[in-house]
Design a protein around this ligand. Structure first.
Ligand SMILES: [Zn+2]
Length: 241
C-alpha cells in the first residue's frame, strides 16, 4: 500500500508541473490578447474622432448654406428697396437686411469654430492611428518572440507529459480513474499532504482516528470534506527550522 501512494504522489507532482506549463503558456497568450485589445480600443477611438469630424463637416455645410441664404436675402431685399413706396415698407426691408447681415456675421464665427473642432478631431484621430501603427509593429515582433517561447514550453511540457503517462500506467486503473476525476474537479490537486491533521487541499481538520490511520500510511484515505487523496509525511525539516 505504501508503494501505491508514493506513485500517486509522484503523479500529482508531474500533473502540477504540467498545469504550471499550461498556466505559463496561457499567461503568454493572454498578454498578447490584452495588447491586441488595447490597440483595438485605440483604433475604435480614432474611428470615433473621424466620425465626429465628419458630423462637424456636415454642420459646417449647413452653416454655410445659412450664410448663403442670408446673402441671397440681402440681394433680394435690396432689389425690392427700389420699388417701395412707404417708409414703413422701407423700414421693414432695412430691418430684414440688418438681420441677414447679422446672420452672416454669426455664421462666419460658427464656421471658424467648427473648422477648429474638425481640425482638432482629425489631429486626434491621426495621432491615435500613428500610435496604433507603431504598436502593431511592436506587437508583431513580440508575437514572434512569444510564439517561440510557447513552442519551447510545449517541448518541455511534452517531456513531462511522457513521464506522466508512464507514471500513470503504474497506477491501478480503478485508482487512476478516480484520480483523474478528482484532478478535474479539484483544480488540478487530487493528492495532498496532511499537516497537523489539516488537509492541505481544503484546510479542514481530519478527525483524530482517521488522522492516526493516515499517519500509519498502510491504506489510502480520502479527505472527508474535499475527497482528495491524503498522505502523511513526517515534518522533520519544518520542525528543525
Ligand atoms: Zn480536504
Amino acid at each position: 500500500m505504501k508503494e501505491d501512494i508514493s506513485v500517486l504522489i509522484a503523479l500529482q507532482e508531474l500533473d502540477t508541473e504540467l498545469s504550471g506549463f499550461d498556466r505559463k503558456i496561457e499567461e503568454k497568450k493572454q498578454e498578447l490578447i490584452a495588447r491586441e485589445q488595447t490597440i483595438a480600443e485605440k483604433e475604435a477611438l480614432a474611428e470615433q474622432c473621424r466620425e465626429k469630424a465628419a458630423e462637424l463637416e456636415q454642420s459646417q455645410r449647413d452653416i454655410k448654406a445659412n450664410s448663403e441664404e442670408a446673402a441671397e436675402r440681402i440681394k433680394n431685399r435690396q432689389g425690392k428697396m427700389m420699388q417701395v413706396q412707404t417708409s414703413r415698407e422701407h423700414q421693414a426691408l432695412l430691418k430684414e437686411i440688418e438681420e441677414a447681415k447679422k446672420t452672416i456675421k454669426d455664421t462666419e464665427e460658427q464656421q471658424l469654430q467648427v473648422m477648429e473642432q474638425v481640425e482638432a478631431e482629425e489631429a486626434k484621430a491621426k495621432e491615435l492611428e500613428n500610435l496604433c501603427a507603431g504598436e502593431k509593429e511592436l506587437l508583431a515582433e513580440e508575437t514572434v518572440k512569444v510564439e517561440k517561447s510557447i513552442d519551447k514550453l510545449n517541448g518541455q511540457r511534452l517531456v513531462v507529459q511522457e513521464q506522466r503517462d508512464k507514471m500513470a500506467q503504474r497506477v491501478p486503473s480503478s485508482q487512476i480513474k478516480r484520480y483523474d476525476k478528482l484532478l478535474k474537479k479539484r483544480e488540478g490537486l487530487a493528492v495532498v499532504r496532511v499537516i497537523d491533521a489539516v488537509c492541505q487541499g481544503c484546510f479542514m481538520t481530519i478527525p483524530p482516528q482517521k488522522y492516526n490511520d493516515i499517519c500509519l500510511g498502510e491504506q489510502i484515505f480520502s479527505c472527508p470534506t474535499c475527497q482528495r487523496t491524503l498522505y502523511y509525511l513526517p515534518e522533520t525539516e519544518e520542525a528543525d527550522a
